[in-house]
Design a protein around this ligand. Structure first.
Ligand SMILES: C[S@@+](CC[C@H](N)C(=O)[O-])C[C@H]1O[C@@H](n2cnc3c(N)ncnc32)[C@H](O)[C@@H]1O
Length: 258
């Protein structure tokens, strides 16, 4: 297997800040991994679905020189202000204010004109919709992404996924607790790919990220909530030892003839 070389994200080494300003495993390495697979080109328009505090969005604008619109419907659960406020602040910090726009909205109700974007990027966001809105809600989101992409445009999806095996019995209690338990959120690559195809996309590449385990370990070490609650996600990852938890990616295109 070819080893992925992190050429752009390796400049950013303050992992505590990276994991504080993004949410989920992978941080900027994940953003670079998906961006390279999507073959992002300068001057194009990208939509980041579920941008959260927008560190990945700013990284994409800075390093790939795309114009990036970040959408996120939630408010910060600690501070109460919209997540997209953090995106605008981070855009100043990254010196990309003129290449970033944050809008407090989400899929499927974006109200963007059809064919607005060259790229749609989404990491660690849609699996939560699948829990709250079911498969139908998840499909509505995929169809909206399809609608707002230009024909020929590229969709890069990254999600926490599980390997296609039964949950090891000793892991079961750890992945089953809570409203957004991993058991409810995570699907296999095969199941997710089927839904992406069903929405009309042509999948060009997909897989489990070769560095998924390392991304999860970094998350356990640096994410602020993990630091506060080592008995939760970090303990789950320790028990799992990479037997079930992974991270999948799916790169797909909206057909030109659509
Ligand atoms: C775990 S964070 C991931 C953020 C970011 N992509 C990253 O990897 O750092 C998931 C984000 O998805 C957002 N989200 C939830 N439902 C959404 C929806 N229907 N459309 C867009 N974003 C949504 C949440 O507000 C949250 O900020």
């Amino acid at each position: 297997m070819t080893v992925f070389q992190y050429k752009k994200s390796k400049k950013y080494t303050d992992y505590d800040t990276i994991y504080e300003q993004s949410s989920g495993p992978g941080g900027l390495q994940l953003a670079e991994f998906i961006a390279e697979k999507m073959k992002l080109a300068a001057g194009k328009k990208l939509l980041d679905v579920g941008s959260n505090r927008g560190y990945q969005t700013c990284f994409l604008a800075k390093e790939y020189r795309v114009f990036a619109v970040g959408i996120d419907p939630w408010d910060d659960r600690m501070q109460g202000n919209p997540m997209v406020d953090h995106l605008q602040k981070n855009a100043q910090h990254w010196n990309v204010e003129n290449s970033i726009l944050g809008i407090k909205t989400g899929v499927p109700d974006t109200h963007f004109a059809s064919g607005s974007f060259d790229y749609v990027y989404s990491t660690t966001a849609l699996e939560m919709v699948r829990v709250s809105q079911g498969i139908e809600g998840y499909m509505e989101c995929l169809k909206e992404i399809y609608r707002v992409l230009k024909p020929g445009g590229t969709f890069g999806l990254g999600e926490p996924m599980h390997i296609d095996v039964e949950i090891p019995p000793d892991l079961e209690p750890y992945v089953s607790s809570g409203e957004y338990s991993w058991k409810k959120c995570f699907r296999s690559l095969r199941e997710t790919s089927e839904l992406v195809s069903l929405a009309g996309f042509e999948i060009t590449e997909s897989g489990y990220a070769p560095d998924a385990h390392q991304w999860w370990i970094s998350y356990a070490r640096h994410d602020p909530f993990c630091k506060q609650r080592p008995e939760e996600d970090p303990k789950t990852l320790e028990v799992d030892r990479g037997r079930w938890t992974s991270f999948g990616y799916i790169i797909s295109k909206k057909p030109i003839t659509s």
